[in-house]
Design a protein around this ligand. Structure first.
Ligand code: ADP
Ligand code: MG
Length: 257
């Protein structure tokens, strides 16, 4: 059994007049330390899947287990990071990154030192006393990542964390996040609409189809790419081949609609 298991998950959203099947019969496993990406057309259920994995919502059917437990958004074991950084504007960067620890009653001196050194590792030394508005978008996303990692989660869920950034910043952050998550051997699920990002960061890619949201196909990223940093992956021949393969599959999903 894997570190994370998803078994026959269905999810429907109900409103008084409509039922939307956001996810239909999803099953997959993940190993500890693995990095997977969820890709697919808008509305195929990627965000719903992350909300279920993180325990924010319960699926209408099926089961999710993470390290032998059903996910619960109140436990310290899950880190969830969104497209927008959601740092509190009235708190300093230091207070923002320590907030999760404080809320979970885990703000020891040791935990604080560790979080501040993580800030340094990610290239944000010196911004501790600044406010989010004083930082660029890329810096804020890095601070948000530090906040997510500060609680030392067993697993990370990233929902399009780079999509609001300019291209150059995004490419740089991909490398930085890749290195950081590898160093801490974090199990990670990334949602992205950028195929290149999925290929360059992941071990496997789960392609979802829409209406209803379902798992269409799983692509395994070749070892040669997995062991290479994201920026360099993009210039490899194997990268282009895989990109074309997934692209074709995406196109075929769209023409089928
Ligand atoms: P993605 O992240 O891949 O774009 P979502 O998980 O956001 O997809 O949405 C999947 C489907 O569920 C879409 O049809 C969307 O309109 C619907 N949906 C998402 N959230 C809700 C909600 N809170 N209430 C009703 N329908 C929703
Ligand atoms: Mg989404």
């Amino acid at each position: 059994m894997g570190f994370l298991t998803v078994e026959n998950v269905h999810h429907s959203y109900f409103t008084p007049k409509t039922v939307t099947t956001a996810l239909q019969d999803i099953s997959f496993d993940m190993e500890e330390g693995e990095f997977i990406s969820l890709v697919g057309p808008s509305g195929c259920g990627k965000t719903t899947m992350l909300s279920i994995l993180s325990g924010l919502i319960s699926p209408t059917q099926g089961k999710v287990m993470i390290d032998g437990q059903a996910p619960n958004s109140n436990t310290a074991s899950i880190g969830y990071m969104l497209q927008q950084d959601y740092l509190f504007p009235w708190k300093t960067i230091e207070d923002n990154i320590l907030l999760g620890l404080k809320l979970k009653n885990q703000l020891s001196k040791e935990a604080k030192v560790k979080s501040l050194s993580l800030l340094k590792e990610i290239g944000l030394e010196g911004v501790e006393k600044q406010y989010p508005r004083q930082l660029s978008g890329g810096m804020r996303q890095r601070a948000a990542l530090v906040r997510t990692l500060a609680i030392n989660p067993k697993i990370l869920f990233l929902d399009e964390p780079f999509s609001a950034l300019d291209y150059q910043t995004k490419l740089k952050l991909e490398d930085l996040v890749f290195d950081t998550l590898k160093a801490y051997q974090k199990t990670t699920v990334l949602v992205t609409h950028d195929l290149g990002e999925a290929i360059s960061m992941s071990d496997r890619i789960l392609l979802f189809a829409a209406k209803p949201g379902r798992l269409h196909k799983i692509f395994i990223v070749p070892e040669e790419l997995r062991s290479t940093r994201p920026f360099n992956v993009r210039s490899k021949e194997v990268y282009s081949i895989l990109f074309q393969e997934i692209w074709k599959e995406l196109e075929s999903l769209e023409t089928r609609e």
